[in-house]
Design a protein around this ligand. Structure first.
Ligand code: ZN
Length: 343
């Protein structure tokens, strides 16, 4: 049963069992609402100090998070659970409806809107609601992303460089529960206002991840996100059972890679037609050809070779065929030993 909420004070966040809501955020310029989907589960097997908060659809054209979080909304059984889980499958609900990265209502990228403003535009008010009403409900925060129309990534979980060694180690441990081929430490300097920035700063065990690309619904990406979240619930004792392997049993352990400095995010030197020649996740040597930029204003002109500035793993490739000058063309991340981040 779905209940529309006009006043957040009407939500009993401690109510035992599973409860589905649509939280109504009024539109800025017309009569109507963005109806934010929210499911709160308080397991009937007693309390657990590790509440889990999980978000999909922070970007509207990334579907692996929307689908996997929705499946958790319908599939999790409070009778079999301890503690609290809060699920928001379409955080930027208006962007999800529009199949776009940003909200068409206010042009805001929800993952740049934090900490938000209770008197701001609709995206800013939703961010503020998450910061002030949802974050206090849990200690573990997972925000499930994909490349959208921006980039092709290998399946990976991700987190920023975390100064506190205890928090860093626990985040790194949780990142392995998704059994992705890679866990990526990414730069905090590329952008600000991220949901994960805010949660990390509060000391929460905070994880992001890239689970597909191209505004599609990637089958394996959904599997990593959905089964990975169930592993998180098992790891913290909200669900019973053993941590399950998600990839085939003989696959290699999750590899930790690092692109924590801005110079790893290499811009396209000019407009062009992009011909990548490597795969996301592929190991490359320094100087190895990553792709070619073609100029069709003179089809007899040689292509501009784009080569790896260092050895490592391809963590991101521009997805579309037509990068503009200055757009991030690729990221080569370096290999890192898990002992650098685990206590
Ligand atoms: Zn995203």
């Amino acid at each position: 049963m779905l209940r529309v909420i006009h006043n957040v004070a009407d939500i009993d966040f401690d109510l035992p069992g599973k409860h589905h809501y649509q939280v109504a955020f009024h539109l800025d310029g017309s009569w109507g609402y963005s109806l934010l989907p929210l499911t709160i589960i308080n397991g009937r097997r007693g309390p657990n100090s590790n509440g889990v908060l999980c978000f999909g659809g922070t970007h509207g054209n990334e579907y692996e998070g929307q689908v996997s979080v929705k499946r958790l909304c319908t599939g999790l059984d409070p009778e079999q659970m301890a503690g609290r889980v809060v699920l928001i499958p379409q955080l930027s609900e208006s962007a999800c409806i529009a199949n776009s990265r940003t909200s068409p209502l206010d042009g805001v990228n929800m993952n740049r809107a934090f900490p938000g403003n209770p008197r701001g535009t609709v995206s800013s008010r939703i961010a503020s609601f998450v910061k002030t009403r949802i974050f206090p409900l849990g200690r573990i925060v997972v925000d499930i992303h994909a490349g959208g129309m921006e980039g092709a990534f290998p399946y990976c979980t991700s987190f920023h460089p975390i100064p506190d060694p205890e928090q860093r180690s626990e985040i790194a441990q949780v990142s392995k529960l998704f059994d992705t081929p890679f866990a990526l430490i990414y730069s905090s300097d590329m952008a600000s206002g991220l949901l994960t920035d805010e949660a990390e700063a509060e000391g929460k065990i905070t994880l992001g991840g890239e689970f597909g690309a191209g505004a599609s619904t990637d089958r394996l990406g959904v599997r990593h996100a959905y089964e990975g979240m169930k592993n998180v619930l098992r790891h913290y004792g909200l669900l019973d059972g053993e941590i399950t392997k998600i990839r085939p049993p003989d696959s290699s352990p999750t590899r930790l890679i690092r692109a924590d400095k801005l110079d790893a995010y290499v811009p396209a030197p000019r407009d062009g037609i992009w011909e990548p020649v490597v795969e996301p996740g592929q190991a490359v040597d320094r100087g190895e050809l990553l792709g070619r930029l073609h100029d069709f204003s003179d089809h007899s002109s040689p292509a501009l070779d784009i080569v790896a500035p260092r050895a490592g793993f391809v963590a991101m490739l521009h997805l579309g065929a037509r990068p503009r000058k200055g757009q991030t063309l690729f990221v080569v991340a370096e290999d890192l030993d898990w002992r650098e981040v685990l206590n």
